[in-house]
Structure formats: structure tokens, C-alpha cells
Design a protein around this ligand. Structure first.
Ligand code: CAP
Ligand code: MG
Ligand code: MG
Length: 490
């Protein structure tokens, strides 16, 4: 961007807009600001800097006119456009983080930075691509408490993904039928079962009955396999009292600590529900299902936020795991550039996002012992003067959506690690020989991966995997044939 057209842009600002722009902001990472990067295409009769300043105004202290009630202090709270990339239509905006609710409130931040501004006439495209939290904010927020490390310890499962399923059909089974399918998956060798995202208190499957029958199924499976199992119960509900009632019902149903997780439909139930669960139940795996996120995150949506932004806020809020997508390997839209970047940003203490290097602790990376302390949260039991040892523990990617045993290895290779939970619905329950065989095929695909044996080779001596491969690869072929036919006809 040449100096002159930058000057032209700055000259085009009216008095109000100028108060929300500071292209000479010194050291934005000084800890005073939450930083953001938006892709922004201005609406009609606006240039990008004018539109960006209107976005900064509306998402901090301003409105469409300069008001006489402003004060010197209120102006201190103005968000500031501090960087532009005219080629890529990118704008950087810094938010004084004292703007935000003191007690660590994600809902409040999102109401600013992906609130009204998504509806403004001054933009025709506005997508929040990345966000950077200053250390001071990290100390204000809970971060995860019960993590995948705790679940691994409970299950005694290490060095491989935790293998899970979602009970299908998605809806319509009675409580006992639902529990039957759980049992079949667990005795087939699976570790983890989740309710599907719409599971609630339906009359054909009363919530209390579902919980009771799952407990029976789990006890039976644990006895028969000698292995611990986990069930993630959807506790999303019409109101908090009902949500807490469901949590308490589960906690009083006789489950061992560690054998149940609380699933929340975080987009439709909202961040207050997410943070309520984290704060009330620090000893439970909080599972964020993101049904509805596509309305904001799909790559072709010009207005919304990225999977990375959603995932980083989930970690900040303290969920134990969030769905981060299959990077296009499964049935949902996604790419490595989006889904894997999001997954790594919630797994590691330090990772590069789309624009920011986020550090989730001030402890130097080389200080492995201190890092270990944070993970085990031992630091909190040591009397510490300050919170400098604090870190926001890892949040686990939950990988789901159109996966089946033939896609496990391809996904792991894109992910670059096995520190996640994978849940396969149809990938297990569509197996020609049923759920139990479907679970065993998944376990065998994972064994083949760990032994570095091609699944087709391994299938020669593992019949459940052989049938799974035959079924899903045939499906894939026919899908390709249909796609080719459609292409030819077009
Ligand atoms: C997957 C799933 C999950 C989606 C969520 C479904 O079932 O249960 O909710 O994968 O998507 O309802 O489709 P299948 P994401 O395994 O049968 O596809 O993880 O991308 O949020
Ligand atoms: Mg059966
Ligand atoms: Mg689902």
C-alpha cells in the first residue's frame, strides 16, 4: 500500500471515524488489547478504512454519529483499527480488554466482536479470522479443567485416538434400544459414546430412562470387557435449571467419576451454558458440540467467524473438547488450513493461528517440567504468589462427521498427532454386520495404524475390518460414479 493512498484513506475519515483509527499504534501486543483480524469488504460508498472504523466504533463504544455524551475516559475504551492489508482486504482491530466483563465472560466479548457489526450496512463482507488473547486475559478465564489427559488416565488409553461413536439413528430409539446400541459399541471395543446433538427429553426416550439404561449397558460392558467406558450425555436444555437437573440426574445415577461427560450444543444453547457447566463441574469432561457453527464458519460465508476463532474461545471458556472438523476427509465442509489450524491451536501451549502466534501460558516452552505442572494443574496446589505459572490447559479436538475406519489413518496423517477423540456414527452403525462389528472394525483400523500396517493387509486377518472396507470403499466408488454421471449430464 503506497503512502499516498494510505494518506487519501486517512483524509477520507470524518471526525468520529478518526477516533477509531490509529495506524501508528505502538506495540499492540503490550497486553492492553484483545487483537482481531477481519476480512472486510466495504459496503457501497465506503472505502475499507471508513468501513473498518465504523466496525471498530460499533463493536466498542460508538454508533453511527459522534455523540455529545462522550468523555475523555470513554474515548480511552475505543477499539482501534491499527493495521490494513488492502490487497487481501484485511483489517486489524485492537480492543482495550477492560471493555469486557471482568469475570471472564466469553458471551460478552462475542457480543462486541461478532455482534451488531455482522449486520451493518457499511460492510458487504466481514469475517473474524483470528483473535489474540493477551496474558492478562488468560488469567481471567477458566480454561479447561478436566482434559483428555484425565480421560486417558480413566480409560487407560494412550498413544492412540480415543475411539468413539454417536448413536444412530440420530433420533427415534427408545431408551432401552439406545442403551443396546451403546452396549454393542462398547463390547465391540469402543471407548466413548456420545448422545447425538438433538438428544434431549423426547417422549419416546425419556431422559431419566435413557440415563438409567445407559448405566446398565455400561456396567455390563465394563464387566464383560474389563475396560472402562465413557458416555457423553447431552445436557443442553430449555433453561439452566433443567440443564443442571440433567447434570445432577447423571451424577446421581451411580456412574463412576470419569465415566461420563457433559455435552453442550454450544452454539444453540449459548456461552452462558458452556461457562456454567465449566464452573459448576470442573471434574467433568465438558464436550462442546458446535451444531449451527456452519452459519458463521463455512468458507463460502462472507460474514461470520472462522473455525479457529470458535475453537480458541471454546478453550478460553474452558471446554474440555470441541468438534474441530475432519479437514475435508469426512462429510462436512472443511480444510486442513481451517480445521487443523484450529485443532492445533487448542492442543498446544503455543501455536500459530491464521495471523497471530497465541501463547496459552507465559512459561517458556523449553521448561518442560513447569509445562507438565500446568497440565497436571499441580501448580495450583503449590502456594504461588502470582499466576505467572498459570496456563490455559489443552482442549481436545473431537473429530466427527462422515468418518469411517478407512478414513482414520488419512485423517491422523493430516492431523499430525493422535491426541483427539474421534466419533463415528454411520462409520460404525452402517457396518454390514451391525454395531458391534462396526466398533471392532474401528479398533482394528486403529491397531493397523499403530502397527504401521496397511488396513487392506490387516483386513486379510481381521474380518470385521475387511467388511467395513468393502462396504465403505464400495460406497465411495458409487458416489464417485454418481458424481461423474452428474458431471457428464451437466
Ligand atoms: C456425525 C454427527 C456429528 C457431526 C458434527 C452428525 O455423524 O453426529 O454431529 O459430525 O459435525 O450428526 O452428523 P456421522 P462436526 O458420524 O454419522 O457423520 O464434528 O463437523 O461439528
Ligand atoms: Mg444386541
Ligand atoms: Mg450428530
Amino acid at each position: 500500500m503506497t503512502k499516498s493512498n494510505l494518506q487519501t484513506l486517512i483524509k477520507s475519515l470524518n471526525e468520529k471515524q478518526q477516533a477509531y483509527v490509529n495506524l501508528n499504534l505502538k506495540n499492540p501486543t503490550n497486553g492492553e488489547y484483545l487483537l482481531t483480524v477481519f476480512h472486510l469488504i466495504p459496503g457501497k460508498d465506503m472505502n475499507i478504512l471508513q468501513a473498518a472504523s465504523e466496525v471498530a466504533a460499533e463493536s466498542s463504544t460508538g454508533t453511527n454519529f459522534k455523540v455529545n455524551t462522550e468523555t475523555p475516559f470513554s474515548r480511552e475504551m475505543n477499539a482501534l483499527v491499527y493495521q490494513l492489508d488492502l490487497k487481501r482486504n484485511l483489517v486489524w482491530i485492537a480492543y482495550p480488554w477492560r471493555l469486557f466483563d471482568r469475570k471472564g465472560n466469553v458471551q460478552n466479548i462475542l457480543t462486541y466482536i461478532v455482534g451488531n457489526i455482522l449486520g451493518m450496512k457499511e460492510i458487504s463482507a466481514l469475517k473474524l479470522l483470528d483473535v489474540w488473547f493477551p496474558p492478562a486475559m488468560l488469567e481471567q478465564y477458566d480454561g479447561p479443567s478436566y482434559t483428555i489427559d484425565d480421560m486417558r488416565k480413566y480409560l487407560n488409553v494412550y498413544e492412540r485416538p480415543i475411539l468413539g461413536t454417536i448413536i444412530k439413528p440420530k433420533m427415534g430409539l427408545t431408551a432401552s434400544e439406545y442403551a443396546e446400541v451403546c452396549y454393542d459399541f462398547w463390547v465391540g471395543g469402543g471407548d466413548f459414546v456420545k448422545n447425538d446433538e438433538p438428544q434431549a427429553n423426547q417422549d419416546f426416550c425419556p431422559y431419566d430412562k435413557m440415563v438409567q439404561y445407559v448405566k446398565k449397558a455400561m456396567d455390563k460392558a465394563v464387566k464383560e470387557t474389563g475396560k472402562k467406558k465413557v458416555h457423553s450425555f447431552n445436557v443442553s436444555a430449555s433453561d439452566f435449571d433443567e440443564m443442571i437437573k440433567r447434570c445432577e440426574l447423571i451424577r446421581n445415577a451411580g456412574f463412576e467419576k470419569g465415566s461420563y461427560a457433559f455435552l453442550i450444543d454450544g452454539i444453540t444453547a449459548g456461552w452462558m451454558a458452556v461457562q456454567t457447566l465449566r464452573r459448576r463441574y470442573p471434574d467433568v469432561f465438558i464436550h462442546f458440540h458446535r451444531a449451527g457453527h456452519g452459519g458463521f464458519t463455512r468458507p463460502e460465508n462472507p460474514i461470520g467467524f472462522s473455525v479457529l476463532v470458535l475453537s480458541k474461545f471454546a478453550r478460553l471458556a474452558g471446554v474440555s473438547g470441541i468438534h474441530t472438523g475432519t479437514a475435508g476427509v469426512g462429510k462436512m465442509k472443511g480444510s486442513p488450513e481451517e480445521d487443523i489450524v484450529a485443532a492445533h491451536n487448542i492442543q498446544y501451549f503455543k501455536s500459530k493461528g491464521h495471523f497471530f502466534m497465541q501463547e496459552w501460558t507465559k512459561i517458556p516452552e523449553k521448561d518442560k517440567d513447569a509445562i507438565k505442572l500446568v497440565h497436571e494443574d499441580l501448580a495450583h496446589h503449590v502456594i504461588l504468589e502470582d499466576d505467572s505459572w498459570r496456563g490455559i490447559k489443552k482442549c481436545c479436538p473431537i473429530i466427527s462427521g462422515g468418518l469411517n475406519p478407512t478414513k482414520l489413518k488419512p485423517f491422523i496423517e493430516i492431523m499430525g498427532n493422535v491426541d483427539f477423540i474421534t466419533t463415528m456414527g454411520a462409520g460404525v452403525h452402517a457396518h454390514p454386520d451391525g454395531t458391534r462389528a462396526g466398533a471392532t472394525a474401528l479398533v482394528q483400523a486403529c491397531e493397523a495404524y499403530k502397527k504401521n500396517i496397511d488396513i487392506h493387509e490387516y483386513a486379510k486377518t481381521h474380518k470385521e475390518l475387511a467388511k467395513s472396507i468393502e462396504f465403505f470403499e464400495k460406497k465411495k466408488e458409487s458416489a464417485i460414479k454418481i458424481a461423474m454421471k452428474i458431471e457428464k449430464a451437466a
